[in-house]
Design a protein around this ligand. Structure first.
Ligand code: COA
Ligand code: AMP
Length: 627
């Protein structure tokens, strides 16, 4: 499989002697008090990394580089295709700004362990606020700006923040997105009572803010910079809510120590990015990819990170990505396959690429959804550089499987995110829990304990953590993905086994969309499934049975349901498809056969369960899917 053996040695070392492997990796982190033990496994299935170690995450991201004389190195470049702004911060400048904003938060009562909810567009203040929380040992919870008030309220309720930080709005092609109204509405709906709301007024989005909200700039003028607070390695750094099978989002909890060790290790060994080199992760700070590789990973490594506001196409054109690579000498670009498909759609021959010098680019990394072979072939051909798929989840915080370009580059196989990253022990099990032979599809699981940097649990919900991930197969974490491993040990990830879908690299729960659709007065019942979408990979599609006696024009119903999903979940749901059907396929006990519907929609082999109540319903549905 490989030539130098560095991967095999690292993988075996992490598997057979994790104590030595991870304590060794921990030496790359600045500790206040260095850990003498790697893993605390005294209370399985809850594992903790680096017990006894103390540190500050912001110190590792900023202070240590300034102290080492790299204060003049560029830490953060903000490039907004929406406003034309291009601003950069050196490590010293970013440290000064973060310390001051930490002072603002402290002045409003934020203490170690307190939560701060951030609802921010892609502006430097988002990064500043995250790092300021880390500086105080407070726990940030960033909510993606494409979520509507109700989703925001659910997260505010669960996290119970002391402060909420926001901006007047975001900029999407062709429109400004008002953030003030959803934040105000969410606070109204929520039972939480934050002591302050701090708002960054963007000149491009002038929206009046409630009189009680505090202005970012005014607060900063009078703030005293705050010193870093030392926390335990096992203390939480952030909560990031993600979609599960039910409507209620899961609050994935990340620690400080394991996170710093894992991401620092990944920067050199996976991404091959070091001090002064430029990494651009074209994602959003509201997603895990943004947390790990717009903010923390590159800064831990002393690298330069690019925070880009805009889309890959139409801002101004499909050359936007190539322009950013050329302008900043980007060495590693990380994006989602959907962004490449969007570029390909408007510039299939990548004619715009010829206008830019992208020779600095060493590797294009992609994740967030399966990299389809067509997109892989296209991107490889136009760039002439390695296109590296890697597979991970909000829960894991970093890659489970990757081609570890820094440790040992491996041959790339189309359709596979390559091999398990050292520390992740991947298995493929059938429904009974038995390991399946190679090249056989099954449930992808990870042997416990998971490596550092992975979730320590769900916020305030140990029971759901165990039930969602650990109950299915004893001693294993259930990824929720199915796939197989080939004879070379390459892992292939085929898709989710649950009702989670991936729309344009954004993870959504069909259950939460169903809940909104089902609440329409004309709807008796409904099923929402993910169907194939040429650009976005998947999109949600609703199949609706009307209440008897109700007559409503299908276009009117569609418009009302689209508006309701947009209002309750947000634009990010990309919900447009509504089809009225006579009946939904169900088991005799009344469970809707969503998997069978998915198979019919995908055109894959339809396995009709023997428990089906009325198989003739499938014939009517088949006609619907054919159109
Ligand atoms: N705030 C407010 N609204 C947002 C938003 C934000 N932060 N992000 C997206 N939206 C809105 C969009 O404006 C759009 O609204 P519309 O229905 O009125 O057009 C809707 O949510 C859907 O957005 P999106 O799925 O992003 O579609 P798009 O057509 O605007 O762009 C892509 C499509 C593929 C170009 C874009 O999704 C993309 O670049 N994806 C990469 C995602 C990614 O990096 N994921 C992280 C994993 S690596
Ligand atoms: P998220 O938590 O939003 O990062 O979404 C995680 C899910 O996205 C995974 O469980 C997979 O279903 C999917 N996913 C992420 N990366 C990949 C990949 N490289 N290949 C296939 N699926 C992926």
């Amino acid at each position: 499989m490989s030539e130098s053996g560095a991967y095999r040695r690292a993988y075996d070392a992490a598997a057979t002697d994790p104590e030595t492997f991870w304590l060794d990796a921990a030496r790359a982190v600045d500790w206040e008090s260095a850990p003498t033990r790697a893993l605390d496994s005294t209370t399985p299935p809850f594992y903790r990394w680096f017990p006894g170690g103390t540190l500050n995450t912001c110190v590792n991201a900023l202070d240590r580089h300034v102290a080492a004389g790299a204060g003049d190195r560029v830490a953060l470049i903000h490039d907004s295709a929406m406003t034309g702004a291009r601003v950069s911060f050196t490590y010293a400048e970013l440290l000064a700004t973060v310390s001051r904003f930490a002072g603002v938060l402290a002045a409003h009562g934020v203490r170690t362990g307190d939560r701060v909810v951030l609802y921010m567009p892609m502006i430097p203040e988002a990064v500043v606020a995250m790092l300021a929380c880390a500086r105080l040992g407070a726990v940030h919870s960033v909510v993606f700006g494409g979520f509507a008030a109700k989703e925001l309220a659910a997260r505010i309720d669960d996290a119970d923040p002391v402060v909420v930080v926001t901006a007047t709005g975001g900029l999407e092609p062709g429109r400004t997105v008002d953030y003030v109204t959803p934040v105000a509405a969410a606070l109204e709906m929520s039972t939480a009572t934050p002591r302050a709301v701090i708002v960054r007024t963007r000149p491009e989005v002038s929206i009046e803010t409630p009189a009680t909200w505090l202005d970012w700039d005014l607060e900063m003028e009078t703030a005293e910079p705050a010193d870093p607070v030392t926390v335990a390695a096992t203390d939480p750094l952030y909560i990031l809510y993600t979609s599960g099978t039910t409507g209620k989002p899961k609050g994935v909890v990340r620690d400080n120590g394991g996170h710093a060790v894992a991401l620092t290790w990944s920067m050199r060994n996976i991404y091959d990015v070091g001090p002064g080199q430029v990494m651009w992760t074209a994602s959003d700070v509201g997603w895990v990819v943004g947390h790990s590789y717009i903010v923390y990973g590159p800064l831990f490594a002393g690298a330069t990170t690019v925070l880009y506001e805009g889309k890959p196409v139409g801002t101004p054109d499909a050359g936007a990505f190539w322009r950013v690579i050329a302008d900043y000498g980007v060495r590693a670009l990380f994006t989602a396959p959907t962004a490449l498909r969007a570029i390909r759609k408007v510039d299939p021959d990548a004619a715009l690429l010829d206008e830019y010098d992208v020779s600095s680019l060493e590797t294009l990394f992609v994740a967030g959804e399966r990299l389809d072979p067509d997109t892989f072939a296209w991107a490889s051909r136009i760039l002439g550089k390695p296109v590296v798929d890697h597979w991970w989840q909000t829960e894991t915080g970093w890659a489970i499987c990757a081609n570890l370009r820094g440790l040992e580059a491996m041959p790339i196989k189309s359709g596979s995110p390559t091999v398990p990253v050292p520390g992740f022990r991947v298995g493929v099990l059938d429904a009974s829990g038995a390991a399946v032979p190679e090249n056989t599809e099954g449930n992808i699981v990870l042997e416990l304990p998971l490596p550092p940097g992975t979730l320590t649990g769900l916020w305030n919900d140990d029971e759901r953590f165990v039930k969602s991930y650990l109950d299915a197969f004893d001693g294993h974490y259930l990824t929720g993905d199915s796939g197989y491993v080939d004879a070379d040990g390459y892992v292939y990830v085929l898709g989710r086994t649950d009702d989670v879908i991936n729309v344009a690299g954004h993870r959504l729960s069909t259950g939460s969309i169903e809940a909104v659709v089902a609440s329409h007065p004309a709807v008796a019942e409904c099923a929402v499934i993910g169907i194939h979408d040429e650009t976005k990979g998947q999109r949600p599609s609703a199949y609706v049975v009307l209440k008897s006696g109700v007559s409503i024009d299908e276009d009117t119903l569609r418009a009302e349901l689209v508006a309701a999903v947009r209002a309750d979940i947000g634009a990010v749901a990309t919900f447009r498809d509504v089809t009225v059907v006579q009946a939904l396929p169900k088991t005799r006990s009344g469970k809707i056969l969503r998997k069978t519907m998915r198979q019919m929609a995908d055109g894959t082999e339809v396995v009709v369960p023997s428990t089906i109540e009325d198989a003739s319903v499938l014939d009517a549905l088949a006609a619907v899917f054919r159109t």
